[in-house]
Design a protein around this ligand. Structure first.
Ligand SMILES: *[C@@H]1O[C@H](CO)[C@@H](O)[C@H](O)[C@H]1NC(C)=O
Ligand SMILES: *[C@@H]1O[C@H](CO)[C@@H](O)[C@H](O)[C@H]1NC(C)=O
Ligand SMILES: *[C@@H]1O[C@H](CO)[C@@H](O)[C@H](O)[C@H]1NC(C)=O
Length: 407
């Protein structure tokens, strides 16, 4: 019965979402309502975007994310989150340090609501003594992870952008800028990183390498809006590569959003800045065994290939080494748990991240490869209710319901 009700809701949602068939809100009205300019990026866009003052259990979330690879192969991921898991209103600081041999250590630490402070005019997310702060517009950032409050894990680096910020259209995906949305702003597609990091025991090491910073926010549980996404980034032959492929949930009408960005670090020229099914062709590689025995399904997609209308292609492979594999059961929307659908559908949200060796193919056919990462985030990963999944895929691929909605 409940499942039937879900289909009915989906009919409605699909009818609405067909106005955003490219997966990203890109109408003039969307820009106007958001106060955004086309191809021009302002410092406030990296400031706090969701309401700052709100009580516990608010429906908003927001995070500032950074990752970097040092010349010796050390990888650091650092992020500050306003609320994690969703709906708790408990700010979180996350740091993961992967040494050149592939071993990852780190901490994801929740703090009380009162420990967070934020600014709207520019990025300045502070949780306790930890911060993610713009010190020079969208060009320079200072990131600090305080070993005293993070079990000995520390970071103190400067990120200096080598490329201007980027977002696909408004950066908003979802039903409308005022309704359920998920937004994305790539403040620093690539930049130089210098500074230090600290390991438990007070071991301090210097860090010099290349990094990335983006910023996400939204006003609805992501799992209600999205089914899963692929996201990867990397660098090959001096070209910065970003590719993402979002697949919406039943509630968003199975919105699909491929995104692709390629820029040349030396000339600062953007070679590809595209979004939407009309402009980007996406091919998924055949599944491979998932390296984590705890993963609820045996296999995972072997990679993803994005081809732009201008003839550039980026192939990102999953496989090895595995950088992160996490059970995200705590992100299952509360409403599904209350009505028992989580058990019925055997939901298994999961997050997987691989080191990747992306390949870039130029329109003239020349191919070059580099280094990067690729993640697969399954927000509503359905394990055993096979029929539900087949039905979902069918509709996602232009099946029955979409046909009905398009009438
Ligand atoms: C917020 O959620 C928690 C956990 O579900 C609950 O215990 C608490 O009462 C809620 N607070 C408010 C203000 O609704
Ligand atoms: C962080 O590094 C900067 C230099 O890059 C330095 O001025 C500052 O004192 C450092 N902060 C701490 C807490 O060590
Ligand atoms: C193809 O294009 C790339 C990028 O412009 C260039 O570096 C390469 O030399 C070209 N290859 C050939 C065979 O022309």
């Amino acid at each position: 019965m409940v499942v039937v009700a879900l289909w009915l809701v989906s009919l409605l949602a699909i009818a609405i979402v067909n106005t955003a068939a490219q997966g990203v809100l890109d109408k003039d009205l969307d820009y106007l309502l958001l106060g955004l300019k086309k191809n021009k990026y302002e410092v406030w866009e990296d400031g706090r975007r969701t309401p700052i003052q709100y009580g516990p259990n608010a429906t908003f979330f927001e995070w500032w994310y950074f990752d970097a690879v040092a010349d010796d192969g050390t990888t650091i991921v650092f992020g500050i989150y306003t609320a994690d898991p969703y709906g708790t209103n408990r700010p979180v600081v996350n740091i993961q340090i992967t040494n050149p041999d592939g071993k990852t250590v780190g901490l994801q630490q929740p703090f009380p609501f009162s420990a967070g402070s934020w600014e709207k005019s520019h990025a300045n997310a502070r949780v306790g003594a930890n911060y993610f702060r713009s010190t020079g517009g969208l060009d320079t950032y200072q990131l600090y992870c305080d070993p005293a409050s993070m079990n000995g894990f520390g970071l103190n680096v400067t990120l200096k952008a080598n490329l201007p910020s980027w977002r696909p259209a408004t950066g908003y995906s979802g039903l409308s800028v005022a309704a359920a949305y998920f937004a994305w702003f790539v403040a620093v597609p690539e930049g130089g990183v210098t500074g230090t990091f600290t390991l438990p025991g007070g071991i301090q090491k210097s860090f010099k390498g290349t990094g990335y910073h983006d910023h996400n926010w939204g006003d609805v549980n992501l799992a209600l809006l999205l089914s899963h996404w692929w996201w990867g980034r990397g660098k090959a032959n001096g070209k910065v590569l970003i590719g993402a492929y979002l697949t919406g949930s039943v509630f968003s009408g199975y919105l699909k959003g491929p995104l692709m960005y390629i820029a040349d670090v030396d000339t600062k020229k953007i070679l590809v800045s595209e979004y939407g099914n009309d402009n980007i062709d996406v091919t998924l590689s055949p599944p491979i065994p998932h390296p984590d025995p705890l993963y609820p399904r045996k296999t995972i997609g072997g990679g993803i290939k994005f081809t732009s209308s201008s003839g550039y292609a980026v192939m990102m492979n999953s496989g090895s080494p595995l950088l992160d594999s996490r059970d995200y059961s705590n992100t299952i929307p509360g409403i599904l748990a209350i009505i028992g659908l989580d058990k019925l559908l055997d939901l298994h949200p999961w997050y997987t991240r691989f080191a990747s060796q992306p390949t870039l193919k130029y329109p003239n056919g020349t191919t070059t490869s580099g280094v990067g990462t690729l993640e697969y985030y399954e927000l509503v990963c359905i394990h055993s209710f096979v029929d539900f999944q087949i039905f979902t895929r069918l509709m996602a691929d232009g099946g029955v319901l979409r046909f009905v909605a398009r009438g």
